[in-house]
Design a protein around this ligand. Sequence first.
Ligand code: HEM
Length: 524
Amino acid sequence: MVSRALLVSLLPQSSGLLMSPLLTVVVALLIGYTVMNYYRRARLLRLIGLIPGPPGLPFIGNAIEVNVDHDEIFERLSGIRNLWGSSLGFCKGWLGSKPYVFISKAECVEPIMGSIKHIEKSQEYDYLHPWLGTGLLTSTGLKWHKRRKILTPAFHFRILDDFIDVFREQSDILVEKLEKEIDKDPFNIFPYITSCTLDVVCETAMGYQSNSQNDKDSEYVKAVYEIGSIVQNRQAKIWLQPDFLFKMSSYYKRHQECIKILHDLSNKIIADKREEVRQEKENGREEAVMDDLSILGTKKRLAFLDLLIEASKDGTVLSDEDIREEVDTFMFEGHDTTSAGLCWLLLLLGSNQEVQDRVVEELDSIFEGSDRPFTMKDLNDMKYLECCIKEALRLYPSVPMLARQIEEDVKIGDFLVPSGTTAMIIIYALHRDPNVFKNPEIYNPDNFLPENIQGRHPYSYIPFSAGPRNCIGQKFALLEEKSIASTILRKYRIEAVDRREDLTLLGELILRPKNGIRVKLTRR
Ligand code: HEM
């Protein structure tokens, strides 16, 4: 009886609730959302299912295949691509419930890189946020557009002209430091080059003298390496991806220590620059007017950081945090990429003496035996050296792969890659397509002679990426590489001790050999 009375008393209420228009709408929306999601997911599964690739396990996909020591992750990824994607130029894979396509053929790269629709960075870049925030490399949408507009003038060619002095000074310091290795046992050249490129970017972009060349064991450089390997581990291992699990892992403590080292330096650089700007204002010096491009390069060198501080309008347009994320981004992208590019170049020149001789002949014809410092014109005249640099970036692209989040279906060949997929462009494999580069493993700078580039697919060689999100620093990088390499080669003959095939490649954020590059130097 009691329960019947209770039921009766509840019924009008519950039926009243059921009839409530609000609840009906909420329930309908929930059902609609679930059904839509189901169909979207079913469609995604069906379309991805059509693409060739290794079969994945439920829930974890191919996570086990890439659950290897971090030294081996890059090799594993390349292996999957070689097995499944070499003829088609693309294949699929699953990491947990996330679908990926791995792309390594120019025709398959074009629909993504050539379109302004696919400029969103994928989740893989999120693990860089604690360090780089959402600076130019990692940001998306409107924020990225605005920042790119503000920062593009900092790499204007007239500004680059002003950087030549720094390239010269730092290259001279480098050869002076290398002097102690002449005619001695083989040594690892990587730390020398990295300190040099770090000093170059600090002074050119930040107007800051880091003097790393006097301290090869810089803790900043070490922290960059370590954070790179931690990020790669998070990218490949699904259980390290959720923040709460990562925080419980053994990597977290070191991750935080590295972030502190990295941010301490960028904060110091910004504080010093702010103080300099304040003093300049106090001394009544003319303020830099960033909107007026015509003044760039005509007065005191306007570093990238000056532009940022100008653009910040005392924190109203860009906060201190905004400035810091760009400083961190440019410090990293601006030195680690060129350092790796140069070291690979030196390895290749050191293992191909006839190519090295041709570079030296070119330098002799430019400098005619004089030891005068190089000028911008000299750098522009180093045509064959440029081919050597480009060919080194073909075999060993500093950024071996990049990723985009596909937010709109895209047709690649006969397949439709659905929105929600992550596209990984494997630049390392793309540059080894035998249909584009005959004997792709051979170091052959002639690949970049003007007559040999003609007719080549524009997306077959993209060390600096391509399209709207290409590398903002590519001209800077080429000039810097020419400056440093030519300064070394004018003084020393380089002989590689390590053989290419014996090196373990770490395809982290930047492509490096695990144990550096050992060379011998002799005086010319
Ligand atoms: C050999 C040297 C270099 C190589 C191979 C290289 C390569 C690349 C690549 C492949 C990207 C696209 C990355 C992605 O989408 O994930 C990129 C972006 C970028 N690079 Fe470079 N880079 C080099 C040097 C530099 C230098 C010297 C600077 C600055 C001084 C720089 C600053 C940047 C920035 C800020 C971005 C992000 C651009 C954007 O998304 O708008 N890079 N670089």
